[in-house]
Ligand binder design. Sequence first.
Ligand code: AMP
Length: 227
Amino acid sequence: MRKVLNFPTQVDVLGTMRIIIFGPPGAGKGTISASLIKRFGIPQVSTGDLLRESIRKMDDIGRKAKPFMDEGQLVPDEIVIALLSGRLHQPDALQGFILDGFPRTLNQAEELKQFAGIEHVLNLKSSRQVIMKRLSGRRTCSKCNAIYHITNLPPKKEGICDKCGGALFQRNDDNPKTIAKRLKAYRLQTMPLIKYYRKEGILKDIDGEQQSIQKIVDDCIKAIENG
Ligand code: AMP
């Protein structure tokens, strides 16, 4: 059931808010969007999380996606697009959403255009060195998908999620060999999208290497509100 708020949310004031958070694996897309959804009152939609959920359930999509994900390769477009389209048609996403990890190919961007107009694309920029460090220390909650880092953002109790008490785990694909493959897939298949969205005039570059997560979040909010 939708929570009744007695003050207008950003979405009520500004209309729909369909945002893509863009950047290489480890740029901080998940962490930053977790803060942005609180501010704007819209859901975060991560295709990586949706795929991992399918793998946990071992449903048809999960069985098909797993070998690609384990190898650090992109899951075929038709699988991801079907999964995403289903999610974006749910009631909580009708007024807006933050897309994390989608689109990753030009074809996905074109397909997305058919069912959702995008207002803002935030391009989180980070160097390879910072990314490698972040991904190898990343821990994820098995229950609520909250993201931690063993040194930059440790949980209060080792191995336990502060928010829901779930067990933290290291993702299968967060090992140096698979990280290198994921970065290659990003460079070859996903980076062309930067040009694509810049041409559309909706891409905003954000310095994703700043020490303070709050500062990165503030820069994203400014970029969105200044439109
Ligand atoms: P992420 O959680 O965004 O780092 O995604 C983890 C993995 O899920 C990626 O390495 C891909 O194998 C797969 N994946 C997530 N989103 C997509 C997408 N939009 N297109 C293709 N594969 C994806």
